[in-house]
Design a protein around this ligand. Structure first.
Ligand code: NDP
Ligand code: 8X3
Length: 324
């Protein structure tokens, strides 16, 4: 038999609640996060939960909360106007981070920043950014320096795929766009931001790669190659920054339903929908959770790689689909 105390904190840090359970009474049913969430108020999520259990008749032992190490930290997200980037910004906002958000569509960025403010971001700032253009990246870095003076968390997420042509039918513009954003963009942004990161201990760079960087597939030549480049850039930075205290890692998802397929298939909604037909793909929220979890590890822990796919996807070309 166990006695237990469960404490939890709402993301606005206003509601600290706890429940005590004697001898396993209701312990399992009350542990469900929905029960705890509903007591924090609508739209408010949980940032800290800790559980302390001890055998009946024995005094409680010390226990520590799930830590929020990102509160008030400066986090920069590229490609924050949609998909993984926008959702990562929202989840960082839940933890009370300061946000520097970049992408080309400023109206969408403004919308995301407003949501982040509502969800508890310490601050949310936006600036146009085209990672395929060195001038744009460098002026973004100047803006970040003037706005924040530092970057603690850098999420190199901007990018995507253009086309599904076989090599024999491929287009230079598509190939160039993919290498520009998925590979060279990470190099440019990292080069520009490192001076704002190196003076501060405990910083982290998370690059968004893909299963495509690990496994080639037909119609994916340039996309797969650009994500393989992302993998090599991540590994190189990890080596080059060894000893500085900065951490570097890659999060590599498989198929996730965002605007990715609409961009890749050049706005053909029918074809984009078909990519996810009969499958429950990853969501932007699933991927953002992994990114934010990796960023929230203590400074001595570096998450080098996460490869994540939906359960139905065992490889890029091996997807179990159910009939509609
Ligand atoms: P989305 O299309 O929803 O988001 C892509 C984001 O990248 C947008 O915010 C877009 O903003 C931004 N972006 C694209 N090109 C540039 C550029 N040149 N400069 C600045 N920003 C740019 O797709 P996802 O969220 O799915 O994609 C995010 C990342 O995840 C990409 O790197 C993608 O390759 C990768 N990925 C996606 C997977 C998926 O299945 N969805 C799986 C694995 C990896 P804007 O257009 O406003 O500039
Ligand atoms: C996107 C995932 O499987 O379409 O990076 O290449 S996949």
């Amino acid at each position: 038999m166990l006695n237990a105390t469960i404490k939890w904190m709402s993301s606005d840090n206003r509601n600290e609640r706890w429940m005590e359970f004697k001898e396993n009474h209701q312990l399992l049913t009350c542990c469900r996060s929905t029960d705890m969430g509903s007591q924090c108020g609508a739209g408010v999520s949980l940032t800290a939960i800790f559980v302390c259990a001890w055998p009946s008749g024995v005094p409680p032992v010390n226990c520590s909360p799930v830590s929020n190490r990102l509160k008030q930290k400066w986090a920069l997200v590229t490609g924050a106007s949609s998909g993984f980037g926008a959702e990562t910004a929202r989840q960082l906002a839940d933890l009370g981070a300061n946000l520097l958000l970049g992408a080309r569509r400023e109206d969408r960025l403004a919308q995301v920043a407003a949501e982040c403010q509502e969800r508890g971001a310490a601050s949310a700032h936006i600036q146009r950014l085209d990672v395929s253009d060195t001038v744009s990246v460098n002026s973004f870095a100047e803006w970040a320096k003037a706005t924040a003076g530092r970057v603690n968390v850098l999420i190199n997420n901007a990018g995507g795929a253009h086309g599904v042509d076989r090599v024999e039918d491929g287009h230079d513009a598509d190939w160039e766009a993919m290498f520009q954003s998925n590979a060279l963009g990470i190099l440019r942004v990292s080069r520009a931001m490192l001076p704002l990161m190196k003076p501060y201990s405990g910083g982290i760079i998370i690059n968004v790669g893909s299963i495509a960087g690990r496994v080639a597939y037909e119609g994916g030549s340039a996309y797969c190659a650009s994500k393989a480049a992302e993998h090599s850039i991540t590994k190189t930075l990890r080596l080059e920054l060894n000893g500085t205290g900065l951490r570097v890692g890659t999060i590599d998802p498989g198929m996730a339903e965002t605007e990715f397929s609409m961009v890749r298939l050049k706005g053909d909604k029918q074809k984009a929908d078909a990519v996810y037909a009969g499958v429950e793909p990853l969501t932007a929220g699933d991927v953002a959770e992994a990114i934010v979890w990796a960023a929230n590890r203590p400074p001595h822990v570096c998450i080098d790689e996460i490869l994540m796919m939906c359960t139905a996807q065992a490889a890029p070309y091996k997807v179990h689909r159910t009939e509609a």
